[in-house]
Design a protein around this ligand. Structure first.
Ligand code: BES
Ligand code: ZN
Length: 612
């Protein structure tokens, strides 16, 4: 049994099969009072002790099959948290089960949770709570075996103030007045499909919902629900396409929840209920690939799961591959090629940021004493995609290679896999073509930092206009600037505008005269598409346009998606004259930021938070 460098839990000796959660949410103290019953199977004889992961939890009592059990807390580790060692008052034989019950309370600074005041919500009247457990934060919400190698079902009963609505990553199972307090409601949930702890998720707020398909609703505060329903109206089409590609959707419901702006990711594939950032609400459905991506995780990630976070590319690389296959089915092969080419650039940017010798740019990095949040980048996504695309070309094209992906999903569904298991299944599936597979430089792809050993040749039909326009700007002398016309950009799709700006961001900064002219002819300041806006503002700051600094800091702090907030703040930080402004914007907003975002931005801006 391979170890998980991110977990203290006793893996291999026992396995959690089911969690029964009773949660009481306290919006005054910002804590959850919880009771969790873990049904644990012994995987060895004379099993009499187990370790659970916790972080910043107050453990009140532990029992086993109803008998009080002795427990001790180990030393606190910087990111793994504190092991909870439980001594069972009896021995189990291999195959026997025990119900371990833990009563506990979370900390107001729990890494998985953000408690928002009414002012931080769209409605401004009710507080809000959301969780984000991936990768290793579930342990700050629930004591558990917090490793993606463990899969269990769950049931939950959640008590909340009666004006609020609770939703979880599960099937809704009814609601009633809390018998203990008629000012509160109890919401029930069941998740009958075994899943890893990082997919447990909860949101509580003034939520409303609207139906958008036969198995789908959108959820958000009422202020956003209509925009969300419009933006995500392609959901059922995408689900059907994904099912044609990957096999039946086993999770029953597929709902989408739009969170407040501080949600740190674009999307999160919580089962039955994808979480998304409001920055996807572009008004033209142009960012719906994020939904295709989260839908795809229903197979790669949630059904077939990386065994540890070192194999994260199995989750994200395959998911990007499926996401782009959905794109191919709905918008054509040229569109897939265009997005794949854009992904290669994202990979280059990540390799540049980390440094080409940084072991974190390995497809399969060692995470021994590495916080998964620090390791996060586009590398597992885009190096993973590039490897799969390279194999697709070698094995005979997308239709042939999808046959492998579908078979891999069937083979490992409901389980957790390592990169070696994936690779050996690849060789089994393509047993007639092992000669070709043996020519792949596996060590370079998987265990070597930097860019991959092979650069795929993507079709550039849709990228050509972006490349041509970016080259015109790069080569333009001041006297050429009058040749640029509003129509240059108006003829590009929003995907192409994003690509155009990405290309410019890969070059040396444009002269300030050029970006000012670009604003004059294209009026990029007026674009509200978040992916366009973040690139434009970075470009302006990089060209030292002082007026853009305030706008960049505004975007960095008004929303908290890390993919936007971190590069924007780093960009301003690298503008020497405004370094202090970047730091003070962070310090001013730190208190209302998501705990994980605040921690990473502090590192980016070299702010010592112990003194704050
Ligand atoms: N599962 C990830 C988000 C994540 C990864 C959260 C690691 C915490 C730790 C999600 O599926 C994702 O990849 N989101 C992307 C979407 C994109 C690649 C289309 C995002 O947030 O931008
Ligand atoms: Zn993903």
């Amino acid at each position: 049994m391979s170890a998980d460098p991110c977990s203290f839990a006793s893996l291999g000796r026992c396995a959690t099969k089911h969690l029964n959660l009773t949660l009481h949410l306290d919006f005054v103290r910002h804590v959850i009072r919880g009771k969790v019953e873990l049904t644990v199977e012994a995987l060895e004889d004379r099993f009499s002790a187990l370790t659970l992961d916790t972080r910043d939890l107050k453990i009140i009592s532990v029992s086993a099959n109803g008998q009080a059990a002795r427990f001790t807390m180990g030393p606190k580790h910087s990111f793994k948290g504190t092991p909870l060692d439980v001594a069972l008052p009896f021995d189990l034989s291999r195959g026997q089960h025990v119900v371990v019950e833990v009563t506990y309370e979370t900390s107001p600074s729990a890494k998985a949770l953000q408690w928002l005041t009414p002012e931080q919500t769209a409605g401004k009247k009710q507080p809000y709570l959301f969780s984000q457990c991936q990768a290793h934060h579930c342990r700050s919400m629930i004591p558990c075996q917090d490793s993606p190698s463990i899969k269990h079902t769950y049931y939950a009963q959640v008590s909340v103030p009666k004006d609020l609505v609770a939703v979880m990553s599960a099937i809704r199972d009814g609601q009633e007045v809390d018998p203990q307090d008629n000012n509160r409601s109890i919401y029930r949930f069941r998740q009958p499909v075994p899943m890893p702890s990082y997919l447990i998720a909860i949101v509580v707020g003034a939520l409303e919902s609207r139906e958008i398909g036969p198995r789908s609703r959108v959820w958000s505060e009422k202020e956003l629900v209509d925009r969300a329903a419009f933006e995500f109206s392609e959901t059922e089409t995408m689900l059907k396409t994904a099912e044609e590609l990957a096999g039946p959707y086993v999770w029953g419901q597929y709902d989408i929840l739009v969170l407040p702006p501080s949600f740190p990711y674009g999307g999160m594939e919580n089962p039955c209920l994808t979480f998304t950032t409001p920055t996807l609400l572009a008004g033209d459905r142009s960012l719906s690939n994020v939904i295709a991506h989260e839908i795809s995780h229903s197979w790669t990630g949630n059904l077939v799961t990386n065994r540890t976070w070192e194999h994260f590319w199995l989750n994200e690389g395959h998911t990007v591959y499926l996401e782009r296959m959905i794109g191919q089915r709905l918008q054509g092969e040229q569109f897939r090629q265009f997005k794949a080419g854009g992904g290669w650039k994202e990979l280059q940017d990540s390799v540049n940021t980390f440094g080409a010798n940084n072991p974190l740019t390995n497809l399969v990095p060692s995470l021994e004493e590495v916080d998964p949040d620090d390791a996060f980048s586009s590398v597992p996504y885009e190096k993973g995609f590039a490897l799969l695309y390279h194999l697709e070309e070698l094995m005979g094209g997308p239709e042939v290679f999808m046959g492998f992906i579908k078979s891999y999903i069937q083979m490992f569904a409901y389980g957790s896999v390592t990169s070696d298991e994936w690779k050996s299944y690849l060789f089994t599936y393509f047993k007639e073509k092992v000669d070709i597979l043996n020519k792949v430089d596996w060590n370079a792809w998987m265990h070597t930092p930097g860019m991959p050993p092979v650069k795929p040749q993507y079709d550039t039909t849709l990228a050509d206009a972006c490349i041509a326009l970016s080259q015109r700007w790069i080569k333009a002398k001041d006297q050429d600037l009058s040749s640029f016309k509003e129509s240059d950009l108006k003829t590009l799709s929003s995907h192409q505008v994003i690509e155009f700006l990405s290309l410019l961001l890969q070059e040396d900064p444009l002269p300030l005269t050029h970006v000012m002219k670009m604003q004059e002819v294209y009026n990029l300041n007026a674009y509200m598409n978040s992916e366009i806006r973040v690139r434009w503002l970075r470009l302006c700051v990089r060209s030292r346009w002082e007026e853009a600094v305030a706008t960049a800091l505004k975007m960095a702090t008004e929303q908290g998606r890390m993919k936007f907030t971190r590069p924007l703040l780093r960009e301003v930080f690298n503008f020497d004259k405004y370094r202090k402004e970047a730091v003070s914007a962070f310090v001013a907003h730190r208190g209302t930021m998501h705990p994980v975002t605040a921690g990473l931005v502090a590192k980016d801006l070299k702010v010592d938070t112990s003194s704050l």
